[in-house]
Ligand binder design. Structure first.
Ligand code: AMP
Ligand code: MG
Length: 183
C-alpha cells in the first residue's frame, strides 16, 4: 500500500441506482464525489472535498437510491452538472501536485471514465489508479476480497458517518489506509 507520491487521493463516488438494476450499469451517473487527501509521509488527512452532482439521464433519484445513500432529491437538483463539479474537484486537488488516485475497488475509476465520456470531458487521472481493496488483500496476504465494512471490522475500526455517503466512505477508506500502514 506504500506509494511514492506525496498524497493518497482517496475518492468515493455515489451514483444513480435502482434495487433491480433497471438503471443499467452504463447509465449510472455520479451524484456525489467524496474525497480526502492523505499525506503519504505522516498519514494525516490534509484536505477534504465533497460535492453533489445533478444527473442528466435519470434526474429523479429512486426511493432505493435515496434510502441507500441518504442523498435527497433537492441536494442533486441544486447541485452542479458533472463538468462543473469536475472543474471544482480538479481545482481542489491539482495544487497538491504529487498524488495517486485511489479507491476501494475499481468501481469509482470506471464510473469516472463513464461520466467523462457522457459529458465529453477529459478523464482527470492520467497518473493511474490504486485499487485499495486489492492492496488490502495483498497487505493481509489473503485471497479474500474485503468490502469496506469488512475491512473496518477486520482492523477493529468503528464505521464513522453514514455508509454509502461519498464523503464518509472516503474518510473511512482513509482510516483503513492509516491503520494498515501504521501497524
Ligand atoms: P458505495 O461506494 O459502496 O456506496 O457504492 C457506490 C454506488 O454503487 C452507490 O451510490 C450505488 O449507485 C451503487 N450501489 C452500491 N450498493 C448498491 C446496492 N446494494 N444496490 C444497487 N446499487 C448499489
Ligand atoms: Mg460510497
Amino acid at each position: 500500500m506504500k506509494i511514492t507520491q506525496n498524497y493518497y487521493l482517496i475518492v468515493d463516488l455515489e451514483a444513480t441506482c435502482t434495487k433491480d438494476n433497471s438503471i443499467p450499469r452504463h447509465k449510472m451517473e455520479i451524484i456525489e464525489i467524496g474525497a480526502v487527501l492523505l499525506n503519504s509521509r505522516n498519514l494525516q488527512i490534509e484536505s477534504e472535498f465533497q460535492t453533489f452532482i445533478k444527473p442528466i439521464l435519470n434526474p429523479s433519484l429512486t426511493d432505493f437510491c435515496k434510502s441507500l445513500t441518504t442523498i435527497d432529491q433537492q441536494e442533486v437538483d441544486q447541485a452542479p452538472l458533472f463538468p462543473e463539479a469536475l472543474k471544482s474537484f480538479q481545482s481542489w486537488f491539482y495544487p497538491f501536485g504529487s498524488y495517486l488516485f485511489c479507491s476501494w475497488g475499481d468501481y469509482d475509476k470506471n464510473q469516472f471514465k463513464k461520466d467523462c465520456k457522457l459529458h465529453n470531458v477529459g478523464y482527470p487521472f492520467p497518473g493511474g489508479h490504486l485499487n485499495l481493496k486489492k492492496a488490502f488483500s495483498r497487505f493481509l496476504d489473503s485471497p479474500k476480497k474485503f468490502g469496506m465494512t469488512e475491512a473496518l471490522n477486520k482492523l477493529g475500526i468503528e464505521l464513522e458517518g453514514v455508509r454509502h455517503r461519498g464523503i464518509d466512505d472516503a474518510r473511512n477508506t482513509a482510516r483503513i489506509v492509516q491503520q494498515s500502514l501504521s501497524r
